[in-house]
Design a protein around this ligand. Structure first.
Ligand SMILES: [Zn+2]
Length: 432
């Protein structure tokens, strides 16, 4: 159950009186834009020690999020790349001149170098789908580091060294069944090659708050924690590092059982919660809530994970806000002041997922919803798209040193200038 007494959140009234008056005299603006300074046009200011920056990078081709932690520890969660930009897909950003993984690697290198870093400490793969790790298609260039093609994360690793790899399926890549297909094979060949070159590879460990740790000055930031919540049916039990399994025995692999009776790749996604002082953040890959019309209640992993995560300040929408995600239980449990949608398709977000995220019956506090990109067709189909705080650009969460407040800045995704299109906040963090 949700704790109904959790503190009501207030948006910090940091805006000037003039802006407040202007917003009040334009109801549409106050509804859609809120506390926004539009079009600052300045270049995104570099990370400084003590800050936590989380860049939700858009290429129109899948997920990628770059974390620069308070002591400079760096982490990339996912590096998706798809190539069939049909009429349902969002057009490549900044352009089709480079592969999505190249754009992600260049983005990460640029921002890490400004922070005095030249490597990615952790790459965390939420699950083994092309829009999160990189699709294999014929004709991609090959790496010189090993026998694999360049796409998604393998492109990133050509641009920046990656020290630790963490995914849900290492070392056997056989749960709930042997992973097949050229994109999976390419990723696994990459992991094996990186391991031979000296990189550390681990399986994501649900329940742990030590696997994703600060690597540079952990003693300086004792109030920083990443709690692994879930992967492969194993859910943090809420105390210590104990876990419980949410997949029933009937869903586990057995000889002769058809794939359709097993957990899906999405249902095995990695989820974690980050806390820094009073700030908290949730991300859970492509977890979903589709129970096969009630036949398989255990498939609603999204709700189970959200209930153990509890309230956060910022939540990444599961499964790109698709129709089987962001159900009422998850929205109410997470009750964030900001949702972030990482989108690449005309159904991201779907009407119902966005309706839930915006609905004050699920929780009464103010919240903003940001999308990295929205197709014009979706704006026509889904009227609530007009209520998004942003529908184009990299969504960057910047948490102030100590974690008392955060801002969200939207960076132009059509070039590499890192121009700030709009600023939102500051928002007061609410704590656990
Ligand atoms: Zn996905």
């Amino acid at each position: 159950m949700i704790d109904p007494s959790h503190k009501r959140r207030t948006f910090l009234a940091a805006m000037s009186g003039a802006l407040a008056a202007s917003a009040m005299s334009h109801p549409a603006m106050s509804l859609a834009a809120g506390l926004v300074k539009r079009g600052s046009g300045s270049r995104y200011a570099p990370w400084q020690p003590g800050m936590l920056d989380i860049h939700h990078i858009t290429t129109g081709s899948g997920n990628a999020a770059l974390f620069i932690m308070p002591d400079g520890t760096s982490m990339l969660v996912d590096a998706g790349a798809i190539y069939d930009h049909d009429r349902f897909a969002i057009a490549p950003r900044p352009s089709a001149q480079r592969r999505p993984g190249e754009w992600i690697g260049r983005y990460a290198r640029r921002h890490l170098q400004r922070a005095g870093r030249n490597e990615i400490d952790y790459f965390v793969l939420s699950h083994l789908h092309r829009d999160h790790m990189g699709e294999y298609v014929a004709g991609l260039p090959r790496s010189k580091q090993g026998d694999y093609a360049l796409t998604g994360v393998t492109d990133v690793a050509e641009i920046l060294p990656i020290r630790h790899f963490i995914d849900r399926a290492y070392p056997k890549y056989d749960f709930p069944e042997p992973l097949q297909g050229s994109s999976n094979e390419n990723y696994v060949a990459f992991i094996r090659a990186q391991q031979r070159l000296g990189a550390d590879v681990q399986q994501f460990s649900p329940g742990s708050n030590r696997q994703l740790a600060l690597l540079r000055q952990p003693a300086t930031f004792p109030e920083f924690e990443i709690r692994n919540l879930y992967a492969n049916g194993e859910l943090w039990a809420g105390q210590g590092e104990a876990t419980k399994n949410v997949f029933p025995v009937s869903a586990l692999p057995a000889v002769g059982k058809p794939s359709s009776d097993l957990p899906s790749e999405n249902e095995c996604s990695v989820a974690f919660r980050l806390r820094y002082g009073k700030f908290s953040y949730y991300t859970g890959g492509d977890l979903s809530n589709n129970t096969n019309f009630g036949a398989d209640p255990w498939r609603d992993v999204e709700s189970s994970v959200a209930l153990v995560a509890g309230h956060v300040d910022v939540a990444v929408a599961n499964h790109h806000g698709y129709v089987d995600s962001m159900g009422p239980v998850a929205v109410r449990a997470l009750s964030p002041s900001a949702f972030i949608l990482m989108t690449w398709d005309s159904a991201h977000p779907s009407i119902l997922a966005l309706f839930n995220m915006l609905n004050k019956r699920l929780y009464p506090e103010e919240r903003k919803v940001f999308a990295t990109a929205v197709k014009p067709e979706n704006e026509v189909a889904t009227r609530d798209i007009a209520k998004l705080a942003s529908k184009n650009g990299h969504v960057v969460v910047r948490v102030a040193p100590g974690g008392a407040e955060y801002r969200i800045e939207i960076l132009d995704s059509f070039n590499e200038l890192d121009t700030v299109l709009s600023e939102h906040g500051p928002f007061l963090c609410q704590g656990a």
